[in-house]
Design a protein around this ligand. Structure first.
Ligand SMILES: Nc1ncnc2c1ncn2[C@@H]1O[C@H](COP(=O)(O)OP(=O)(O)OP(=O)(O)O)[C@@H](O)[C@H]1O
Length: 223
């Protein structure tokens, strides 16, 4: 064993190389390489149906990759195990769902899964400080999650994933149902949260102004 193992780029968080996705006869994307380093905010841009959601789900290993090599912090998926990988490379769905009960119950529920248990655990203070940044007071926690508006459901889903501090956050049109002021607050919150990393994010958005504001670089998919 060499005393100085090969140096790895410590800022490289996620690497996916040679990705391919075929649906029937249609090649959605192929030979796709993607790397995310700390502080990257990658804007993923393409027409509807070009496979953006598929790509994010593939990176989170929620969809089985047809081809490609993945590594997270220099280690392949097998070394992490799927649950851990998905906790560290978290996909925020375009159409989130909530279980019955209050917003707080929905935020607390995933903490019972082992892979998601962090050193801190559920934090009322942290969640309410994020809510304040989003223009909401703590009473939001007692709302019936099944009666939330589309935008409120997006906020719940965002906080639910953010509280686990994933290394890579995959955002699928996370503000599509939100008003302009709340959208700006979400963007500011995400940028502050990413800055406390090392973390990276990928953002799918059809709003070119949002991509311009948020992304530090852009990946454009063809259809
Ligand atoms: N599991 C699946 N099996 C078969 N086809 C699928 C599957 N998932 C997605 N597709 C198809 O793959 C294509 C790409 O879907 P995807 O949701 O990734 O598009 P998108 O670029 O995110 O679009 P939008 O901007 O409208 O959300 C679509 O034609 C969709 O119907």
């Amino acid at each position: 064993m060499p005393s100085h193992p090969v140096a790895i780029d410590r800022s490289l968080l996620l690497s996916a190389r040679g990705l391919q996705r075929q649906l029937g006869h249609r090649l959605v994307w192929s030979q796709l390489d993607l790397e995310l380093a700390a502080d990257d905010r990658l804007g993923l841009v393409a027409p509807s149906g070009a496979g953006k959601t598929l790509l994010l789900r593939t990176l989170a290993l929620l969809d089985p990759p047809q081809a490609g090599r993945f590594s997270l912090l220099g280690r392949p998926p097998a070394a992490w195990g799927l649950p851990r990988w998905r906790a560290m490379v978290s996909y925020l769905a375009q159409r989130p769902v909530a279980a019955g009960g209050t917003v707080e119950a929905n935020l607390r529920a995933p903490w019972r899964f082992r892979e998601r248990r962090g050193p801190v655990g559920w934090s009322y203070e942290r969640i309410t400080s994020w809510l304040a940044a989003l223009g909401r007071d703590p009473s939001f926690l007692s709302y019936d999650a099944e009666r939330l508006s589309g935008g409120e459901l997006q906020l719940l889903a965002l906080l639910r994933v953010l509280q686990f501090d994933p290394t890579v956050l995959l955002l699928d049109e996370p503000t599509a149902s939100l008003d302009g002021a709340t959208t700006a607050a979400v963007e500011a919150l995400l940028i502050a949260w990413l800055g406390a990393g090392p973390r990276a994010a990928v953002l799918i958005s059809h709003d070119s102004d949002q991509i311009e504001r948020f992304a530090t670089r852009i990946l454009e998919l063809q259809r």
